[in-house]
Design a protein around this ligand. Structure first.
Ligand code: UD1
Ligand code: CA
Length: 454
């Protein structure tokens, strides 16, 4: 179920697209679902901002059911009737509860089948506020006679600590034989799916609940505070997983690591690091504090010094990057190369062992091995309309404060004198100087001062 608006978030973005652990809530739920059933049997019920939700989740391959008017969780299932016609059982998950695990879903499904129930649900013992309460037939029974929503609960019922997690399995026939009995006589004037417990119980059907082991799986992102809470839980468990796999994470509570990030053993992640998207980091690397790294591929033994920002960059083994480097998409740093402070790169190859250590912009450039790029070098890659390429061959030395006006090529082993503006190709082994010759006017400053005094 993913059709709700998420009023409590006070947001323009539909609830299920709010992110935790670097991914929309709904995507986490879909991921858990496709571990249990093939994706062709997964349906997302969408409604509020349906096209936006569809566009954001289409890549997962699930089917969509449109609930154009959102009249409650019960109504969501009414709308799915046709889609579910060919199935005997349906597992119902909440698109806003991303901590659900495949293990819990399997447990719930098996429990439903073993109990030969019409409806099975999971119950938790946690802080019960805001959740529906589970009313058992009697204390020791697996059987449930109703679920009562918080707002409708009597003061005695509010004391019940057993809550409805919002995950269910239904026998499809029994569900749809009885779903028309749901009513909207409640605080929200909605069809509550939770009322199916009482409806089925009254129809002499078996409704059962079991208690989950980890109560936090129920958590839904209904409010910003809950989203933050879920995000923190996910990040921390990601860090724990990495540590279990041999990665050192200092001060894990300060690190933001997305679910799909992969890191090899003996790499050290210092405090306040963000590793996002599909970032992959080899072994024996050190990622120092305050780096924000997205979709990067970092090979073994790389040192990323404090304060680097990377997006879609590839870093060869043993390279050193930073502090304060900004590596933009298409950057490929060769093995053992150095990129230093305040160096920005975009769509470049920097060859093996090459160095660009200070205050430089390198864009649309192919730079060979063993090249030294002096401080303050700039590739002028943009003429206001088009981007052009700079080629710097192996072993070149670019003097500090040079500008290379692309398209331009500096041949193998050539030198560019400091502060040059290079507008023409430089042949192999040549020296190019592109600046005004120095002029010295003896005594000029003294004369100027003397003139001022008069
Ligand atoms: C629901 C349960 C509550 C349970 C809690 C657990 C009901 C009436 N209550 O409350 O007993 O303790 O989950 O988290 O079900 N949705 C639709 N279409 C709609 C309405 C909602 O698809 O018309 C979707 C929402 O997008 C959401 C899910 O259903 O993903 C649950 O709806 P939500 O409003 O969050 O229900 P809760 O108030 O959390
Ligand atoms: Ca919810």
């Amino acid at each position: 179920m993913a059709a709700g608006k998420g009023t409590r978030l006070k947001s323009q973005i539909p609830k299920v697209l709010h992110e935790v652990g670097g991914k929309p809530l709904l995507e986490h739920v879909i991921r858990a679902a496709v571990r249990i059933v093939p994706v062709k049997d997964v349906y997302a019920i969408i409604g509020h901002e349906a096209e936006r939700v569809r566009a954001a989740t289409e890549h997962t391959g699930v089917n969509f059911v449109l609930q154009s008017e959102q009249r409650g969780t019960g109504h969501a299932l009414m709308v799915a009737r046709e889609a579910l016609a060919g199935y005997d059982h349906v597992i119902v998950l909440s698109g806003d509860a991303p901590l659900i695990t495949a293990e819990t879903i399997v447990h719930l499904r098996n429990f439903h089948l073993e109990e030969q129930a019409a409806m099975a649900l999971t119950a938790d013992l946690d802080d019960p506020r805001r959740y529906g309460r589970v009313l058992r037939k009697n204390q020791r029974s697996a059987e449930v006679r109703a679920i009562v929503e918080e707002r409708a609960a009597s003061s005695t019922q509010k004391k019940i600590r057993e809550i409805n997690s919002g995950f269910y399995v239904f026998a499809v026939k029994e569900l749809y034989d009885n779903i028309e009995r749901l009513s909207t006589a409640n605080a929200h004037r909605e069809y509550y799916l939770t009322d199916m417990a009482e409806v089925l119980y009254k129809a002499q059907q078996r409704v059962v609940a079991f208690k989950t082991v980890d109560a936090s799986e129920v958590l839904g992102g209904n409010t910003r505070e809950e989203l933050a809470d879920i995000d923190e839980k996910m990040r921390l468990s990601k860090c724990r997983q990495l540590m279990a796999d041999g990665v050192t994470v200092f001060y894990p509570a300060t690190c933001v690591i997305d679910a799909d990030v992969e890191i090899e053993p003996d790499t050290v992640i210092e405090p306040y690091v963000q590793l996002l998207g599909k970032t992959r980091i080899g072994g024996l690397c050190r990622i120092r504090s305050y780096c924000v790294i997205r979709d990067a591929e970092i090979e073994d033994g790389v040192s990323v010094l404090p304060g680097c920002v990377m997006d879609g960059a590839r870093i060869g083994a043993g390279a050193v990057v930073g502090p304060y480097s900004r590596l933009r998409p298409g950057t490929e740093i060769g093995e053992g190369a150095h990129v230093g402070n305040f160096v920005e790169t975009k769509k470049i190859k920097l060859g093996k062992g090459s160095k660009a250590n200070h205050l430089t912009y390198l864009g649309d450039a192919e730079i060979g091995a063993g090249v030294n790029i002096g401080a303050g070098t700039i590739t002028c890659n943009y003429d206001g309309v088009h981007k052009h390429k700079t080629v710097i061959d192996d072993g070149v030395f670019i003097g500090s404060d040079s500008t290379l006006v692309a398209p331009v090529r500096v041949g193998k082993g050539a030198y560019v004198g400091a502060a040059s503006c290079i507008t023409e190709d430089v042949p192999e082994d040549a020296l190019a100087i592109g600046r005004a010759r120095q002029v010295v006017k003896e005594g000029w400053a003294g004369e100027k001062r003397a003139a001022r005094k008069k």
